[in-house]
Design a protein around this ligand. Structure first.
Ligand SMILES: [Zn+2]
Length: 239
C-alpha cells in the first residue's frame, strides 16, 4: 500500500486533539492517510483510566482509536504496544527501526508527528518526534517531514486548561484551514470517551473550541524550508 500522508504519534487521541482536522481534510479529499501509534495509552491518568487496570485501559483505548480512525476516514491504522509514559527510556534504535519499517512499507509522501518540544512537553511525544526525524534521515528516499504544533496565540488561549509549548515565530511553514472538517475532528475526539475530561476543559476555551481549532499549524522539517508566507497545502511542493 502507498500512503500519501502518514501520521506518527505516541498515544491514542494525539491524532484527534492534534491535527485531526488536517487528517480528515486529506482523507476525505481522496488521499490515503495512515496513522501509527506507538503505545496503547495504558498509563492514561484521566477519568475512568484511574480506576481500571492498565490492560483494560489499553483495550478500551484501542477501540476508541479504531472509532476515531473511522471518523477521520483513515486508510491505514497500526497500533504498537510500546510502554506508555516510558518511551524516553525505551531503546531509541528500536523505536527508530519500527518507524522506519512503516515508512519503507507505506512509502508516504508526507509524514507528520508532534513538534519536538512535545506540544504538552510529554516525554513520549518528544521521543516519537526524535525517532521519526531520525528514521526519515536514515531513508534513501525520504518523505517530507512535518511537525504539528500550536501557534503562540492558540497556546495563549488554551493556557488556562493545559500548558503547551507553541511554535516560535518563523517556525510555522504551513497553515491548514480545517474549519469545514471540524465535525470529523469532533467526532474523532468524542470517540476517545476515556479522555472526555480534556474535551470538557477545552470547551471552555474563549471563543469556543471550534474557533480555536479552525486552523492547524505545521513546520516543515525535511527538506528544510523557510517561508515568508505560510503555505496552505501539505502536499504542495515548495521547490
Ligand atoms: Zn499524547
Amino acid at each position: 500500500m502507498k500512503i500519501d500522508i502518514l501520521a506518527i504519534f505516541a498515544h491514542p487521541d494525539d491524532e484527534a486533539y492534534g491535527p485531526g482536522g488536517t487528517l480528515a481534510k486529506y482523507a476525505r479529499g481522496g488521499y490515503k492517510v495512515g496513522l501509527i501509534t506507538l503505545t496503547r495509552g495504558e498509563a492514561g491518568s484521566m477519568g475512568i483510566c484511574k480506576t481500571l487496570p492498565p490492560e483494560e485501559v489499553a483495550r478500551m483505548r484501542t477501540e476508541e482509536l479504531k472509532c476515531a480512525a473511522k471518523e477521520l476516514n483513515l486508510a491505514y491504522l497500526r497500533m504498537y504496544s510500546l510502554p506508555d509514559k516510558a518511551l524516553e527510556n525505551y531503546p531509541a534504535e528500536e523505536g527508530i527501526r519500527i518507524v522506519k519499517t512503516e515508512m519503507l512499507a507505506l512509502k508516504p509522501t508526507v509524514v507528520i508527528t508532534f513538534h519536538d518540544k512535545g506540544i504538552s512537553g510529554h516525554p513520549d511525544h518528544i521521543a516519537v518526534a526524535q525517532w521519526t526525524r531520525e528514521a526519515v534521515k536514515q531513508l534513501d528516499s525520504r518523505p517530507r517531514l512535518f511537525f504539528y504544533g500550536v501557534s503562540p496565540s492558540q497556546a495563549e488561549k488554551i493556557k488556562p486548561y493545559r500548558s503547551v509549548i507553541p511554535f516560535e515565530n518563523g517556525e510555522i511553514t504551513h497553515i491548514i484551514q480545517t474549519q469545514d472538517f471540524f465535525p470529523y475532528k469532533l467526532a474523532a475526539i468524542r470517540c476517545h470517551a476515556s479522555q472526555i475530561e480534556l474535551w470538557e476543559k477545552f470547551q471552555q476555551i474563549e471563543g469556543g473550541y471550534e474557533y480555536f481549532a479552525r486552523q492547524e499549524h505545521f513546520s516543515q522539517i525535511y527538506p528544510p524550508l523557510s517561508v515568508s508566507q505560510p503555505y496552505s497545502d501539505l502536499l504542495e511542493s515548495p521547490e
